[in-house]
Design a protein around this ligand. Structure first.
Ligand code: PGA
Length: 250
């Protein structure tokens, strides 16, 4: 069981616009009166200033979807952790499967991204997860442990400061969700791996991600090692996201 209080994080991916974000964020804020979980939205980098402005002083934190593995310099197109910090960013997703797959991010790169975030006071949300082929080949545990091991190796005693998101690749954006038992099984493996690395593994929130929605959130969040969610599609509609925040506030 991770840190008390669930953590629910929206991952907008490459969606949104100045015009659409404003009502989405204000509708979420207006519905958060009876929400008592921790909550954040990871917005595209160009909208960080807008999110910072609209969410200042609220219970909804600002997150980014990626961070550079480098500190500064000749890395065209990269956004550094210090730059994110300038916009009051609290969380940065690192190693999302879409970045591993489409941008060739290796376990080592992901580990360095987590390190840059931590050094800037930003909580990295480290994503791990197996593909369908890997699950069918019985490699799920080995894959997620390899992905997390790189981050543990590079970040040493800071490891209790991270958030982990277990996102089976076959469940992302597909409408296929891991069963509560499948999710809990992998979360327990990740918790044990963190316990071997730090005395404070119970402080690490381990989120589930992959087609989480208002209907399946309650049973997933009831699992002992599911400490919250990383939510893509269902975070783009205020009413859906709010239902999930409420499911996490029981
Ligand atoms: P999904 O995405 O909820 O749309 O499946 C989750 C994610 O990729 O973070």
């Amino acid at each position: 069981m991770g840190m008390s209080g669930k953590l629910m994080v929206g991952n907008w991916k490459m969606n949104g616009s100045l015009a659409a974000n404003a009502p989405l964020l204000s509708d979420i804020l207006n519905g958060m009166g009876d929400v008592n979980c921790r909550a954040a939205v990871c917005v595209p980098a160009p909208y960080l200033a807008q999110a910072q402005n609209l969410l200042a002083g609220s219970a909804l934190d600002v997150g980014a979807q990626d961070v550079s593995a480098h500190e500064s310099g000749a890395y065209t197109g990269d956004v550094s952790a210090a730059m994110l910090r300038d916009f009051a960013v609290r969380f940065a997703i690192v190693g999302h499967s879409e970045r591993r797959q489409y941008h060739g991010e290796t376990d080592a790169v992901v580990a360095h991204k987590a390190q840059r975030a931590l050094a800037a006071g930003i909580t990295p949300i480290v994503c791990v997860g197996e593909s369908l082929a890997e699950r069918e080949a019985g490699q799920t545990e080995a894959v997620v442990k390899r992905q997390l091991a790189a981050v543990i190796h590079t970040n040493g005693h800071c490891i209790s400061e991270i958030v982990v998101a277990y996102e089976p690749v076959w469940a992302i954006g597909t409408g296929l969700t891991a069963t509560p038992e499948q999710a809990q099984g992998v979360h327990a493996v990740l918790r044990a791996q963190l316990q071997a690395a730090t005395a404070h593994a119970d402080r690490v929130s381990i989120l589930y991600g992959g087609s989480m929605n208002a209907a399946n959130a309650v049973v997933l969040l009831a699992q002992p090692d599911v400490d919250g969610g990383l939510i893509g599609g269902a975070s783009l509609k205020a009413s859906d996201f709010l239902s999930m925040l409420k499911a996490a506030s029981r």
